[in-house]
Design a binder for this molecule. Structure first.
Ligand code: AKB
Length: 338
């Protein structure tokens, strides 16, 4: 018999670790974790199995089909926006070919099991591209259907990944004599920058937020790579995990879209530094903008309109800016680096 499991790709990443922790606390023990990097032991022991492997490895994908029945996939594996600009073609392979392979796996799993496979896909604020700061200011909080002109390979890949998901949900093999409907139930969230008290992101361009905080907590000097007045939306990691699971649990007939914005707060880099300095008065933060990474963040919206998610699946963050810092980030991080 094939073992029924929830598949999580990118399991060793920031979101993967937080999601596995949350799901295992919620009594979902059948987690199959997959990542090119080894999953840390403390997370591994919460999984049924953790596999170190590449989503582009065909043999591995075949093995997953033959050994596991997978009704739910969280496809988190990706190369982020800064990393992707150093090796754009590699980013395309992981972010596009990898996503296509996982969607195909979902359709195959659905055929074998005779039921719909749910596919949760973290998309990103990077799908948006505003041409200049004046337009960014004027646009304010933007909704899902605006400004699809990403500046990065990662943003292009995420936007296309959303389209691939919609295609697999509605039109996959539409001309085949045996074409089946409703094989893949694709659901996606465009996340803002995420801040965790436990882990640091790698390869992103919103990384200046978490890096500033984690450096300050360890009393290590930090040179922030964007200007003090740079503003974009952020969110505390527990809210990101809450959103993924809420969207996963939402009844399908309540969902008017495959793609949802969510957000919670949007401090400027200078305001974030001030908040951090209240907790760590000796924090040594300087601003040394890198014009190229700056341009990427400047192309991202200063705020997101998440009314669609609020309406369809009652999305609401638990952590606004004050609560995120006062009740989650500062106390947890202080304890961590004590
Ligand atoms: C990145 O900076 O690339 C990511 C993102 C905004 O999706 N954190």
């Amino acid at each position: 018999m094939r073992k029924e499991s929830i598949l999580i790709t990118g399991a060793a990443g920031e979101m993967g670790q937080a999601l596995i922790y949350h799901l295992s606390e919620r009594n979902s023990p059948n987690i199959l974790a997959l990542d090119v990097n080894p999953v840390p032991d403390k997370i591994k022991k919460r999984c049924r199995q953790a596999i170190a492997g590449d989503i582009l490895d065909e043999k591995l994908m075949d093995r997953l089909i033959s050994e596991y029945a997978i009704p739910l996939i969280y496809h988190l594996a990706a190369l982020l926006s800064t990393r992707g600009e150093f090796t754009p073609e590699a980013a395309h392979r992981v972010n596009v070919d990898g996503t296509l392979r996982l969607l195909q796996l979902a359709a195959e799993q659905s055929s074998w099991m005779g039921r719909t496979v749910k596919f949760l896909f973290p998309s990103s604020i990077a799908v948006y591209g505003l041409p200049n700061l004046e337009t960014k200011e004027k646009a304010g909080a933007i909704s899902e259907d605006q400004w699809h002109m990403p500046f990065t390979m990662y943003g292009c890949n995420k936007l296309y990944g959303e389209h691939l998901g919609r295609y697999y949900a509605h039109h996959y093999r539409q001309l085949a004599a045996d074409s089946q409907r409703n094989q893949v139930d694709f659901r996606s969230i465009r996340f803002p920058g995420l801040i965790s008290a436990f882990t640091l992101p790698t390869g992103g361009t919103s990384d200046y937020g978490p890096e500033m905080l984690h450096h300050a907590a360890q009393n290590i000097p930090y040179a922030c790579f964007v200007r003090e007045d740079t503003r974009m939306p952020f969110m505390a990691m527990p809210d990101a995990i809450k959103a993924l699971t809420m969207l996963g649990d939402a009844p399908q007939d309540r969902l008017s879209s495959h793609v949802y914005n969510i957000t919670s707060f949007n401090p400027s880099a200078g305001e974030m530094m001030a908040l951090i300095r209240q907790a760590f008065p000796d924090a040594q933060v300087t601003f040394q903008p890198d014009p190229k990474r700056q341009k990427i963040v400047d192309s991202w919206p200063l705020d997101l309109d998440d009314s669609r998610a609020r309406h369809d699946w009652e999305w609401e963050p638990d952590y606004d800016q004050a609560r995120a810092f006062d009740e989650y980030l500062i106390p947890t991080i202080s304890k961590r680096y004590q």
